[in-house]
Design a protein around this ligand. Structure first.
Ligand code: UT7
Length: 332
């Protein structure tokens, strides 16, 4: 508890994705769609789909293990694990399972649910534990196996989603704070635009008392509304965070958005007057992986040597809730 006022350094990144790849060509044999429609409307070509041996917990642990190694740490050094997911293996949470798979025996672990905004919400949550001096090393994981909840006969959603996991390590730093600013927002009045709803079925227990047993229904999305929301709200949130950080758009090296649609990435960059070369995108190879998409794209950009220590990154998540959030951070 002697670290109050510590800054945050983001010092390691890793990712994992299922082996199996589902192409636009495959999808066009499942529903009435085409490679042309999917590519031109979304930029997507391939998405990874988890098989029966690839759990959310294992993908998360694989990504986290790589991030911890990348940071030069051991699992035993980790104080806290925050798992951003909306598709846990267990509705009671999967973070503790990840903790045990990692052997991070000192770490507390919990799930955080904020759909496609989950990773940025979790990064901001992690930063609070570090700034208050409570924890030194925090792993933030964004992971989803959305394929479990897709209606594979609904062409308006099934072409969009894929599975994966990405993780970062945040560490307390006495040499400057690299999380420069953030903005977090929610608007539940638009909750009906994007849901994975629970549908109950009444089961009579004794006279006058029923229990609501039931099951979750597949993803439902009003794509046009969510598109409009994202293009309007994400630039606003990034601009607010930039203002708080005292930065202008020329200071931003990379735009790292939730990978929902290439057209959204391009439209947000255009509204921010940011050059298209600064957009980080791996949408073609992964589709929309919900909470995993930002750390997956960050990891790819790091491995490709695009993002370098000291680079300034504007990141933003957006999606179900509705929720949206932005953060400006320096890598490394
Ligand atoms: O991760 C959470 C956040 N999610 C998002 O940010 C997603 C935001 N929304 C989007 O990215 C886009 O709205 C979609 C990619 C989901 C859809 O693209 P769109 O350009 O908004 O298409 P649309 O929904 O306006 O549909 C255009 C047409 C429709 O036909 P009509 O009504 O014009 O005859 C659809 O029925 O395209 C049709 N359509 C398809 N056609 C071929 C919808 N899905 C498909 C498909 N293949 N897979």
């Amino acid at each position: 508890m002697n670290n109050i006022g510590a800054g945050i350094a983001i010092i390691g990144c890793g990712s994992a994705a299922p082996q199996n790849k589902l192409t636009n060509e495959n999808l066009s044999r499942m529903v009435e769609t085409s490679d042309e429609w999917i590519t031109s409307r979304t930029g997507m070509k391939i998405r990874h789909i988890a098989n029966e041996t690839e759990s959310l917990s294992q993908l998360s642990a694989d990504a986290a293990q790589k991030a911890i190694a990348d940071a030069g740490l051991s699992p035993i050094d980790i104080d806290l694990i925050i798992l951003a997911t909306s598709t846990p293996d267990d509705l009671f949470g999967s973070a503790s399972k990840v903790q045990s798979l990692l052997g991070a025996t000192r770490a507390a672990a919990f799930d955080l649910t904020a759909a496609c905004s989950g990773f940025v919400f979790a990064l901001i949550t992690a930063s609070q534990f570090i700034r208050t001096g409570v924890y030194q090393n925090v792993v933030v994981i964004g992971a989803d196996v959305v394929s479990r909840w897709v209606d594979w006969s609904d062409r308006t959603t099934c072409v969009l989603f894929g599975d994966g996991a990405g993780a970062i390590v945040c560490q307390a730093s006495q040499t400057g704070d690299r999380l420069l600013a953030f903005e977090m927002r929610s608007d539940g009045s638009q909750n009906g635009c994007l849901n994975l709803p629970y549908q109950s079925q009444s089961q009579s227990l004794v006279s006058g008392i029923t229990a609501q047993s039931g099951a979750y229904q597949p993803i439902m999305m009003n794509g046009r509304e969510v598109y409009r929301f994202a293009v309007a709200k994400v630039p606003e949130a990034i601009e607010k965070a930039m203002y708080r950080a005292g930065l202008v758009i020329e200071d931003i090296d990379w735009l790292l958005l939730h990978q929902a649609n290439q057209r959204i990435l391009d439209a947000v960059a255009k509204r921010l007057k940011l050059s298209p070369e600064k957009i980080l995108s791996n949408i073609g190879e992964y589709g929309n992986t919900s909470a995993a998409s930002i750390p997956l794209a960050l990891d790819a950009a790091l491995r490709e040597g695009k993002v370098k220590p000291g680079d300034t990154i504007a990141t933003a998540g957006f999606g179900a809730g509705l929720t949206w959030s932005a953060a400006i951070f320096k890598w490394g």
